[in-house]
Design a protein around this ligand. Structure first.
Ligand SMILES: NC(=O)c1ccc[n+]([C@@H]2O[C@H](COP(=O)([O-])OP(=O)(O)OC[C@H]3O[C@@H](n4cnc5c(N)ncnc54)[C@H](O)[C@@H]3O)[C@@H](O)[C@H]2O)c1
Length: 325
């Protein structure tokens, strides 16, 4: 299929682009580079420097490349910033997605895979979280994703748009030639590795009195290569109607376990300071990914924390300054 990947110059999008291309799809990347990197787009993949809010340019890009399906990752995604600056998030993530959908309807593109998030659940009543669990986002960021899921459901009914929303838990790890380079970085594993390398301050652990087995928060880390594979499966399975799937490994690791893993993988001491709890952090967020396993046969190939951390460590060492732009 000819697939447009919005946000394909970003962390997950660059892995998805590689996964789709390896599976035989013809990929075009569209990105405004607000947080992405031109160098993250593989050589030979056409690149369009376009903002999703520019509907006519989006439509023109789809027509030029005779696009048949869209994987929509383009968004801004810092939970804390979204609380302080909600208008940026509604503008980019909601207006951008609505503009994209307008362009798709205008260009006759009827298939979409959408990057959603575990943040739609807020504080879950129980873990592992299943897709039918209550959705109560605690941030504007989560609101934007849940709203677009609802828009997709309505567009599916009204316009026959085929859609799948993938609710990622914590994306982590790297491919040999594509890794995490957010500026500023907010994700635990790259921050821990930067602390080890001395390019970031010691890692702060926010709270050690949570009701978990070692007192620190539990998160479900999923390798970016496994996320990429899920997009390939979701795209191939798109037909009429819509689906929503969680994507995690179903286990979950505490912050202390991540620190211990980084110590094992790097063979170095991880500089750590302990701080107070941070507002809004749930004690435990673990996905049930049973549904996508049953429906699409997806299963993480890299669920071991040390494997995930080792791939990120390889990337951090070979790209100490991230991408060269
Ligand atoms: N990283 C995670 O753990 C995680 C978890 C859940 C969901 N997600 C979602 O996955 C997607 C990708 O996340 P990521 O971590 O790769 O982020 P990222 O910032 O690395 O990638 C996002 C990409 O989208 C581009 N972009 C943003 N706004 C745009 C716009 N208006 N027009 C065109 N391009 C635009 C950016 O330049 C960037 O290349 C996002 O939708 C995010 O909400 C990520």
């Amino acid at each position: 299929m000819r697939v447009l990947v919005t946000g394909g110059a970003g962390y997950i999008g660059s892995a998805v682009t590689r996964g789709l291309a390896a599976a035989g799809h013809e990929v075009v990347v569209l990105d405004n580079l607000i947080t992405g990197h031109r160098a993250a787009v593989p050589v030979g993949v056409p690149f369009a420097l376009v903002d999703t809010r520019n509907t006519s340019e989006m439509c023109r890009t789809m027509q030029t490349y005779r696009i048949e399906a869209v994987v929509h990752l383009a968004a801004i995604s810092q939970v804390g910033t979204s609380v302080r600056e909600p208008r940026l998030y509604f503008d980019n993530n909601v207006r951008g997605a609505l503009s994209l959908l307008d362009a798709m309807l205008d260009a006759g593109v009827g298939k979409i895979v959408f990057s959603s998030t575990a943040a739609v659940y807020g504080d879950p009543d129980q873990c592992p979280i299943v897709e039918s669990a209550a959705t109560r986002p605690k941030s504007p960021y989560g609101d934007t994703k849940l709203f677009i899921e609802a828009v997709l459901a309505r567009y599916g009914e009204a316009y026959g748009l085929a859609h799948t929303s993938l609710r990622y838990f914590n994306a982590a790890g790297a491919l040999a030639d594509a890794g995490e380079d957010h500026r500023p970085e907010t994700h635990l594993i790259p921050l821990v590795l930067q602390a080890v390398l001395g390019t970031a301050p010691p890692i702060t652990v926010f709270g050690e009195d949570y009701p978990t087995h070692d007192g620190t928060c539990v998160r479900d880390y999923v390798h970016v290569a496994d996320l990429a594979r899920a997009h390939v499966l979701a795209l191939d399975a798109l037909s009429t109607g819509g689906r929503v799937y969680n994507l995690g490994c179903g286990g979950g690791f505490t912050v202390r376990e991540v620190l211990a893993s980084a110590g094992r993988v790097t063979g170095r001491t991880v500089p750590v300071v302990f701080g107070a709890r941070r507002d809004g952090d749930a004690a435990e967020l673990i996905a049930s990914s049973t549904l996508i396993g049953q429906d699409l046969g997806w299963k993480p190939a890299h669920p071991a924390l040390d494997d995930i951390v080792a791939s990120a460590w390889e990337w951090a060492q070979t790209h100490p300054n991230g991408y060269p732009d």
